[in-house]
Design a protein around this ligand. Sequence first.
Ligand code: C2E
Ligand code: CA
Ligand code: CA
Ligand code: CA
Length: 284
Amino acid sequence: QLKNSTKNYAFHEESVTVNSRERYQIEKDIIRAIEIEQFKLAYQPVLSPYTGKIEYMESLLRWEHPERGYVPPDVIVDIAEETNLIHALTNWVLESAIKQVAQWKRQGHSLKVSINVSPKDLLRDDFLSVLKSLLEKYDVTSNHIGVEVTETAAMIDLDKSKKLLEQLTNIGVTCALDDFGTGYSSISLLASLPVAKVKIDKSFIATLGEDGPLDGGVDNKVIVQNILRLAKSFKLYSVVEGVETMEQIKLLMEYGCDYVQGYLYSKPLFPEDLIKYLSNHKVS
Ligand code: C2E
Ligand code: CA
Ligand code: CA
Ligand code: CA
């Protein structure tokens, strides 16, 4: 256990300055990992804090590297983006998530899945057609699928991003703006993007429910309350991630947050463990 966590830490430290030789090695490992199905997806439930019912599952990439140990998804995605492997990686994620939805269906659970996509995915010309053909292949309907994009992603090429999000929305895919509040032109972007949902970044939630700042800085409560108000005024569903305490939940319900996600409810789980969770939680 200890050995493992030290390893993770070391990787994290390294990742800031992973040298080109090492990046090249990881790049080769990513290619191989896709081939031999070494990646996995974990799923974390997003629920209504009012009813406790599951709204959907967010898929999160997991990689237990045989020598390096656990490699965090943001490190994988970062290298994959730089080397254009992101295309193949996202295709793998899409197929794996859609296959899982089909499997859940066979097990009697009608679950939706929300997939994280990268900035570069929004610029692809074949994203929609790949998604459509996978839905057909596994006999899954598009209203079971969501995508989560970040502000920075949309800002690379706003027109192109908008067009794809519109096309996705039109076929019934739920689009969400992820990590909201951490970027730049948040409000104007939120107003102009065809998304149905906004996810408030967990950095705002960490100190929610604790005493206000002693240094006179802006209280996160005020920020969260205002983002939720903003979402409501744009008629968007709100999701707050990183919820870890009952205190936070109480406040979020008071502020009218629609959905929550976090360790308080469940960690991201592999399908075999999720089945147990599903046996005593209702799906909306
Ligand atoms: P994200 O989309 O903002 O995902 C939320 C992160 O918060 C996840 O970290 C999740 O495990 C973590 N989390 C969930 N509940 C809690 C909580 O209560 N407390 C705390 N402290 N953390 C919580 P993870 O799995 O390490 O993913 C990190 C990022 O990597 C994601 O951030 C997402 O941007 C990216 N990512 C993950 N999977 C994929 C993928 O398949 N494709 C792409 N393009 N990016 C991915
Ligand atoms: Ca996300
Ligand atoms: Ca986030
Ligand atoms: Ca993120």
